[in-house]
Design a protein around this ligand. Structure first.
Ligand SMILES: Cc1ncc(COP(=O)(O)O)c(C=O)c1O
Length: 451
């Protein structure tokens, strides 16, 4: 591990100093790296994207059989893209700046099976493990779809294997629901941030939930140890897994299809600007990789984190990546955005993908909740706190002249921009809990300062 330079030295950078004060911050890439070069530089083989898409198709008949909410798409796990003009007008009025172009919401909050962006990656890794075990056991041929895994023999084979994961909640939910359905012995190590309902839901499906008093990194470490002690257990590593990453990346081509069906042009003069809530970074990192693959230099990807847990911003800015934690600059890592409560960033994403990430924005819990309240009032859409973080992106990037100039985003291009806020979770939140979020968000919308 890299030695952390002394704090004083790090704090000379005004961005790091602002992060340490838990202030809202924003910094952007200084010059473009062409996407093709950036993908090559990542060292990640783009073939993993196509491979993940094939796997999702192979399992679609199994999903349609086992999960009723996947039937309307015949087992394909995808979420709608919806325009949110009333929210765009409301935020333009509050920020005092008209957002040119059109604002959309990518509704991963309503992804089937587990209602969050983590469904994309977490489910993909479980499918990949199941496929490998079943193939090795001679239970699944290349031409078979995954319904062959529903036989008693296949369940018996899979149930001799375990899957372990450490999570702030939603990854555990995605993995636990699908792994238990396939017959795996599943253990989810939950950090202190995880909501009680997520743990209860998993237990009701026969998943072993281990609660930790510590943070996300502690939960991941516990999961890693479980697997080290028992070779029949597969550990899903949210800090570094390429399989998780591949699952998220499949969203790129899917979004390209959705935009094409809406006759939305994406090119240099019609930029696509995507705002992604970031926890450990795997979800937004994988989606970014898939988007850059699909749209090249026409897409801009901005990561948004809570002011108390800006691990990716800190890791990339200091060049220390997972060798530095938000605790090292005195932050407590505590945030209402449970999915984003991560102190140390993904090893995979910060180091390998930084040249493809366009900007890093942080947002206070209060503003995040205010976004939730406003989205409820303007569009009738309810999200969990983490999922609303992306709304901090569009107006922040709009006001960054240096970035816009360096990346050719002049007024004419911005007038044709497609802005997508990636709504990453919420549909499974119990109604009572959601009502509490909304009420708090509505009150905060009139308390936080907007200008
Ligand atoms: C609702 C929600 N949004 C965003 C994220 C961020 O994903 P990642 O931790 O992979 O960066 C998470 C992670 O759990 C989440 O639960």
């Amino acid at each position: 591990m890299t030695q952390i330079p002394d704090l004083e030295q790090l704090l000379v950078d005004p961005v790091v100093a602002a992060l340490a004060r838990a202030e809202e911050t924003a910094w952007f890439s200084e010059r473009p790296t062409p996407s093709a070069a950036g993908i090559e530089q990542s060292g990640i083989d783009p073939a993993i994207v196509a491979d993940a898409r094939v796997r999702f198709r192979r399992f679609a008949p199994w999903f349609a059989e086992r999960f009723e909410d996947t039937r309307p798409t015949h087992g394909i796990l995808e979420s709608p893209l919806v325009g949110i003009p009333a929210m765009q007008a409301e935020l333009s009025a509050r920020f005092g700046t008209e957002l040119p172009g059109k604002l959309w919401l990518k509704r991963d909050d309503s992804l089937p099976v587990s209602g969050s962006i983590k469904a994309r990656g977490g489910i993909h890794e479980v499918l990949q493990v199941a496929e490998r075990i079943a193939t090795e056991a001679g239970l699944m041929a290349e031409t078979d779809d995954a319904r062959v895994l529903m036989t008693p023999r296949a369940r018996e084979v899979l149930s001799a294997h375990g899957i372990a994961v450490g999570s702030t909640g939603n990854l555990g939910l995605s993995i636990g629901i699908v792994a238990s359905e396939l017959g795996f012995k599943t253990t989810v190590h939950m950090s202190m941030d995880a909501r009680a309902w997520k743990k209860e839901l998993l237990r009701s499906r026969g998943v072993t939930v281990v609660e930790h008093a510590g943070n996300f990194s502690d939960a991941v470490e516990a999961g890693r140890r479980t697997a080290e002690e028992d070779p029949s257990v597969w550990f899903v590593d949210d800090e570094a897994s390429l399989s998780l990453f591949a699952g998220y990346s499949a969203a790129g081509a899917r979004l390209a299809g959705q935009l094409a069906s809406l006759e939305i042009t994406v090119d240099e003069r019609h930029p696509l600007i995507v705002h992604l809530p970031c926890g450990v970074g795997g979800g937004p990192g994988g989606v970014t990789f898939g988007l850059k693959e699909a749209f090249g230099d026409a897409v801009h990807c901005i990561f948004v984190e809570p002011t108390h847990a800006p691990c990716m911003s800190l890791g990339v800015r200091t060049g220390l990546h997972d060798a530095i934690s938000v605790a090292d600059i005195g932050l407590d890592g505590l945030t209402a955005a449970d999915g984003l409560a991560v102190g140390r960033p993904s090893r995979l994403v910060g180091e390998h993908l930084q040249q493809l990430i366009d900007g890093y924005v942080t947002v206070t819990d209060e503003r995040m909740k205010a976004f939730q309240g406003l989205l409820h009032d303007t569009e009738g859409i309810d999200l969990e706190p983490s999922a609303a973080a992306g709304f901090a992106g569009p107006w922040t990037m709009l006001s960054n002249e240096a970035y816009r100039t360096a990346f050719g985003l002049d007024d004419a291009a911005m007038a044709h921009a497609t802005h997508i806020v990636w709504a990453t979770g919420g549909s499974m939140v119990p109604a009572g809990e959601m009502a509490g979020y909304v009420a708090e968000g509505q009150a905060l919308a009139n308390e936080v300062s907007w200008r």
